[in-house]
Structure formats: structure tokens, C-alpha cells
Design a protein around this ligand. Structure first.
Ligand SMILES: [Zn+2]
Length: 467
């Protein structure tokens, strides 16, 4: 029990009426304060932990998921190669070697840094706790054996996250940097994704379909991360799926709860649940958009599995990026291509000033899948549509940065290379594989439920509840 020092009575020598009133009044206030402090001790999560100075051990009953947890935990990288973060709030925060049975309490806010490959934490009183080089550190609230699972919260800077944190030093990149990984139950993670991925006024069925896709996507990444020994499962950016920590958005919370534990499966196993913003009416299959390493096909691919394009073209029309145009300077784009080629060790690095960019393969839907780039000397290089998009948007030192609207939103483009300007006419935003968020919303508005939406975007898959 945390000890609360109670103020004691002093001798009272004057007992006049006014003093007696004052004394009784003061006694009442003190009694009230004492009860308030005692109550707050009982109700805070750390109330039954003895006050600990830095350095004295506290037992960890259940830091990151044990068999009692009803659902899988997901590890989300929320900071990449950072030099410092602040664990906000007064805490006390529990810090420990990840996986250890005991840890220590630190009063917050706690400043977290890395130094020579090891994690260093500084508490509100300036006391420092350092860990050995390369050691991964747990940071979060104290969890007791009797606590209901799934209630933990941490605050990093101004963002609150469900779950706990792991601090992973990155000495192989820079000894003064580390990654911050949020370890959280998947059902608390999903609302934090779908609230960022969709507009709050969109239909419930769209949110529910997106919840299943996001859950499946994360669990697939979790499987591959654990196979390869990676210290996190997903990023919190568009590289995986966008995640903003705790959300109070009711439609997102309800959609996750309505579809709890439901995933997309094929032959009893999790299946890839890709999704993107706007297919532009021209969807594609994963193997078309991401062909096997180094293979850029020239032959027109036959894709009988995708649904007929005209329907998608109608559904997708309300998307702001259904059709778009972007112009770039030939000289700058040629240099950007070369820089991307060097970074990726791709043949594009050998090309000079651009002469033409022509499609060489299309999907059944009409989506462009690959291109041949030719320079003014007649040298050529082939790229997939996704590589073309990456090369056009490649951040290159010495070249102007690209604004959001000037980006190539998808690789499904028709290109006109002029003498000074390259004009792109594009369809959609994103890779166009799997669920299209705008098409899904159009289906929901028509009255389709989340099961029908998922069936349309992921043919030959089954919905399975796995916990
Ligand atoms: Zn679409």
C-alpha cells in the first residue's frame, strides 16, 4: 500500500467558541482530504504497488500477453530510428528489460534516449536508468495478475496508445537511435487503423469491411515478422497501414467489435488482404502488380479472376482521384529516375534525358502493369507500374520536393513526354489490388453489407472467426 502521511493534531490551548468552530471545520476538511487520498489510492492502477525508488524491483505479472489474453498481440512500430521520445503522464511507469520478470518504477514524464547502442531513461526528478547495449526495454503501466486484460495505456508525446511499449535500440544504423514499438491487442489496434483509413461520415458496412481487411493484413504481417525474427509486425504509416493510437470514433470502435476476430482465409489459412484508396475503375491482382522479383512482363496478362471493369468504373467515380493529371519537367524527372535507379540498383540508373514512357502490359481491367522507358540515346529500361510510381515520387537530394497533388497517385497512367514537360494522365490512387475504399463505400451506400463487400473484392476467400 502506498503510505499517505496524515497530518496530526496539535495541542489546542484556546477553546473559545470561534476557535472551536474553526477546529471542527478544519477537522472536517482534513477528514475529507484523507478519505479522498485513500480513495484515489484504491482506484489508481498503481495503488497496490509499494512506492519504489529507481533501482528497487517490482514484479511484472503480465507485461505483454500471456495465454490468458483472448486475442493476438500486434507490435506496431510507432517511431523509427528516433533519438528521443517522451513517455508523458505522471506514471509511475514500469521499465524493465523486455521479457524480464521484474522491473522498476519511474515517475513520469520519462525522457527516453539511446546512447552508444543502449536505452537511457530519465525520470521527472532527473534520475537516470541505463540498460546494457542492445537490450530491448519494456516501458508501460504496471499490470497486476488480477487486472482485466486490455486496459493498459501509454502516452508518447501527445498521442495516447493502447497497450505498452518496447524500446528497441538500432546500433546497426546509428548508436544514438532507437525504434518505439507499441505492443497492443489486435482488437484495440484495429479501430486505430480504420479511423485513420476512412472518412468518419462513411457507412458502417465500409468500416466493417475495412476492419476485416485491416485485421487480416496485420495478422499476415505478424506471421511473416515472427518467421523472420523482426522486432515489429507493422509500421504505423502507409508502408503498412496508417495507425493513430487510441480513437474515440464510435463507428470505428463498433465496426471492430461487430467483426471481432473475423479474418479473410483461403483453404483455412490467412490470405493477403490488400486494399487501397481508389482503384480508378481498373483493379488488378497482386501477382500482376507485384510480379516475381525482376520479372517485368511484356505480354498482355489474362486476368479472368478480376470482376468486369465497367462496374468498378461506375462505383469508383465519386473518388476525388478517380482521374487526375500531373505534369513534370523532363530534366528534373530524368534526374529523379536516375537517382531512383542508383538507389535500387536498377537499369534506369543508366538512362539519360527521357524520350518516352510507353506501357507494355495491361491487366484485364485495362490497368497498366508495366512500362518501357527510353532516353534520347535510345537506351531502354523496363519498370512495373508500382516501380514507375516510386521512381516519379522518389525524394532526391538537390531536386525539389514533391507536393501531395504533384505526386503520381498510382502507376496506372498514360504518359506523354514532350520536349520540356512530361504529362501523366492517371487513374485512381494506390496499387488497385484487393479492396478499393471508394468502391466499397459506393457498395455500402447501395445497401450491400460488409460480407457482400468483402466477397466482391476478395473472390475465392472465406470469412473465418479465429478467436
Ligand atoms: Zn474503386
Amino acid at each position: 500500500m502506498r503510505h499517505v502521511r496524515c497530518p496530526s493534531w496539535r495541542n489546542v490551548s484556546h477553546t473559545g467558541a470561534a476557535q472551536r468552530v474553526l477546529i471542527f471545520w478544519a477537522a472536517g476538511v482534513l477528514l475529507g482530504l484523507t478519505l479522498l487520498v485513500a480513495w484515489s489510492c484504491k482506484t489508481t492502477r498503481t495503488g497496490s504497488i509499494p512506492y519504489q525508488r529507481v533501482g528497487s524491483p517490482v514484479e511484472i505479472s503480465n507485461a505483454e500477453g500471456s495465454p490468458v489474453r483472448p486475442e493476438p498481440m500486434i507490435r506496431v512500430r510507432i517511431r523509427r530510428q528516433t533519438t528521443e521520445v517522451k513517455l508523458s503522464g505522471r506514471g509511475p511507469w514500469l521499465v524493465a528489460v523486455a521479457g524480464a520478470r521484474t522491473g522498476e518504477l519511474m515517475s513520469g514524464p520519462v525522457r527516453i534516449q539511446a546512447s552508444n547502442g543502449s536505452i537511457r531513461l530519465t525520470d521527472a526528478r532527473g534520475r537516470v536508468r541505463g540498460f546494457a547495449e542492445g537490450v530491448e526495454v519494456y516501458a508501460g503501466p504496471v499490470i497486476h495478475a488480477g487486472d482485466a486484460p486490455g486496459k493498459e495505456l501509454v502516452a508518447v508525446g501527445r498521442t495516447r496508445y493502447p497497450g505498452t511499449l518496447r524500446l528497441h535500440p538500432r546500433p546497426e544504423v546509428d548508436p544514438n537511435t532507437f525504434d518505439v514499438v507499441n505492443v497492443v491487442e489486435i482488437e484495440r489496434y484495429v479501430p486505430g487503423v480504420i479511423s485513420k483509413e476512412l472518412y468518419p461520415h462513411w457507412d458502417r458496412a465500409t468500416f466493417e469491411a475495412q476492419a476485416v481487411a485491416a485485421r487480416t493484413f496485420a495478422l499476415i504481417r505478424r506471421e511473416s515478422a515472427r518467421r523472420s525474427g523482426r522486432w515489429y509486425d507493422v509500421d504505423d504509416s502507409q508502408q503498412s497501414q496508417v495507425y493513430g493510437g487510441i480513437t474515440g470514433q464510435r463507428i470505428a470502435l463498433r465496426a471492430a467489435a461487430d467483426t471481432r476476430g473475423v479474418v479473410l482465409a483461403r483453404d483455412g489459412r490467412l490470405t493477403e488482404a490488400y486494399y487501397s484508396s481508389t482503384c480508378g475503375g481498373e483493379p488488378a491482382l497482386p501477382e500482376e502488380v507485384w510480379p516475381a522479383e525482376g520479372v517485368v512482363t511484356q505480354a498482355r496478362l489474362t486476368t479472368t479472376k478480376t470482376e468486369p471493369a465497367p462496374r468498378r468504373e461506375v462505383l469508383c467515380q465519386t473518388a476525388p482521384l478517380f482521374r487526375w493529371e500531373v505534369a513534370r519537367r523532363v530534366g528534373t524527372l530524368s534526374k529523379r529516375f536516375a537517382a531512383w535507379g542508383r538507389a535500387r540498383n536498377h537499369k534506369l540508373a543508366r538512362l539519360g534525358r527521357l524520350h518516352s514512357i510507353k506501357p507494355i502490359a495491361k491487366a484485364h481491367s485495362g490497368r497498366k502493369l508495366s512500362f518501357e522507358v527510353t532516353d534520347t540515346q535510345g537506351r531502354t529500361a523496363r519498370l512495373t507500374a508500382e516501380q514507375l510510381r516510386a521512381a516519379c515520387n522518389f525524394p532526391t537530394p538537390g531536386l525539389p520536393s514533391i507536393s501531395h497533388m504533384a505526386r503520381l497517385h498510382s502507376g496506372d497512367v498514360t504518359v506523354d513526354v514532350g520536349r520540356r514537360v512530361v504529362r501523366f494522365s492517371g487513374h485512381g490512387s494506390g496499387h488497385g489490388v484487393g479492396l478499393c475504399q471508394y468502391c466499397a463505400q459506393a457498395m455500402a451506400q447501395r445497401g450491400d453489407d460488409w460480407r457482400s463487400i468483402l466477397e466482391a473484392f476478395y473472390p475465392k476467400t472465406q470469412l473465418m472467426r479465429i478467436y
